[in-house]
Ligand binder design. Structure first.
Ligand code: UD1
Ligand code: UDP
Length: 347
């Protein structure tokens, strides 16, 4: 059996690996490396449990620090593992520092790189993720693009030759959760609420912007449930920002619980990448507190709206937002199966 190393470290990467890991183990020897970028129980271990992901073979414990510290330390440790494990390929996911470090370590020593969720572009280079995406795509040997738009972006950068359109892997995880989670969903009673998540540095690192977001969330026409990312929580406390009565801040929740919260909410207010897609698939109107998005198909469909939270009309915009009836399939289905077939042929 050929050996592949799946390199993960941040919450959305546990979600993306889960369905693929189950498939590739039929024909590959998979070794999982967890860089430790996310490490709290409710940001990491919970996902392994909910999604029945095998425990990582290696845990590097490299969370926190600046971009250079985090990426640099990962690079050093990943190179050692690549040299000792001698895989036929590595698989990296999305656009985090873990993705970049994995790709860079492998490229330097000539190990094949598979990039899942290739071709995403926000065209905003002040986002650390945009840099990570561009570099990873250009280093990769196999690019798995989730959408037509992603394929177009890769072609524009002369990367079309190694690109395969597969659909989005998060579709498979979501379908798995919906099957497993049915009982829980039906058993729970919920009030009428909006669901919020925010963690992008340009929204939460600046105290003034964070305060504005908290004020907006506290001024809506119904309750807001906000499972708070550790980055945002630290900044809220540091800056002594106090939420209003209507804003219910809770700890981050596990995947099943989050899907349940999404399924039962009125609308989703977010700056997350993955949640914009999940909102679309779950038929929830989404308001994205960003000037642009790499998931622009969701905006073009009318189900996702970019919001300027400094605007005077922001409350009305959120309250009055309605999604259209049409909701074409943007993200495909049976995605892990497609990826597995390509991997069998190309690795
Ligand atoms: C990272 C990714 C971002 C992704 C997000 C998903 C990069 C550059 N950013 O952002 O693309 O959307 O993950 O959630 O890779 N922390 C904890 N406990 C944890 C995890 C983080 O306390 O379990 C703290 C860290 O110590 C750090 C801060 O939160 O101080 C930010 O963590 P980091 O992984 O650097 O960036 P994210 O904002 O999580
Ligand atoms: N998620 C979760 N619990 C939470 C918040 C998010 O399980 O409290 C899941 C969500 O369903 C999605 C993923 O985490 O699958 C998105 O992670 P995040 O927003 O941190 O990262 P991004 O997608 O922006 O990179």
């Amino acid at each position: 059996m050929k050996k592949v190393l799946s390199i993960i470290g941040a919450r959305p990467q546990f979600v993306k690996l889960a369905p693929l890991s189950k498939k590739i183990r039929q024909n590959f020897h998979e070794v999982i490396i967890h860089t430790g970028q996310h490490f709290d129980e409710n940001m990491s271990a919970t996902f392994f449990k909910d999604l029945e992901l095998p425990n990582p073979d290696f845990f590097l414990g490299l969370g926190g620090g600046s971009h250079a510290q985090q990426t640099g330390q990962m690079l050093i440790e990943l190179e050692k593992l690549l040299l000792s494990e001698k895989p036929a390929a590595i698989i990296v996911f999305g656009d985090t520092n873990t993705t970049l470090a994995g790709a860079l370590a492998a490229a330097k020593i000539g190990v094949k790189i598979v990039h899942i969720e290739a071709g995403l572009r926000s065209f905003n280079r002040s986002m650390p993720e945009e840099i990570n995406r561009i570099v990873t795509d250009h280093l990769s040997d196999l690019l798995f693009a989730p959408t037509e738009q992603a394929v177009k972006n890769l072609r524009n950068e002369n990367l079309g030759g190694n690109t395969h359109i597969t659909g989005d892997i998060m579709v498979d995880t979501l379908n798995y959760a919906l099957k497993k989670n049915r009982e829980l969903v039906n058993n729970q009673q919920y009030d009428d609420y909006y669901l919020a998540t925010f963690h992008r540095p340009y929204n939460v690192d600046d105290p003034q912007k964070l305060k504005t977001i908290v004020n907006v969330l506290s001024s809506l026409d119904r309750k807001v449930i906000f499972p708070i990312h550790p980055r945002t929580n630290k900044l809220l406390k540091q800056n002594e920002i106090v939420p209003g009565y209507n804003l219910k801040i809770i700890n981050p929740v596990g995947y099943f619980e989050f899907i349940t919260l999404m399924r039962n909410c009125r609308k989703i207010l977010t700056d997350s990448g993955g949640i914009q897609k999940e909102a679309y698939i779950l038929e929830k109107p989404c308001l994205t507190f960003r000037p642009e998005t790499e998931w622009k198909e969701t905006v073009e469909s009318g189900w996702n709206k970019l919001v300027d939270y400094n605007s005077e009309d922001v409350i009305d915009e959120i309250v009055n937002f309605r999604a259209p009836v049409d909701r074409p399939n943007l993200f495909g289905m049976n995605v892990s199966e497609k990826m597995y077939e390509i991997l069998k042929e190309k690795i």
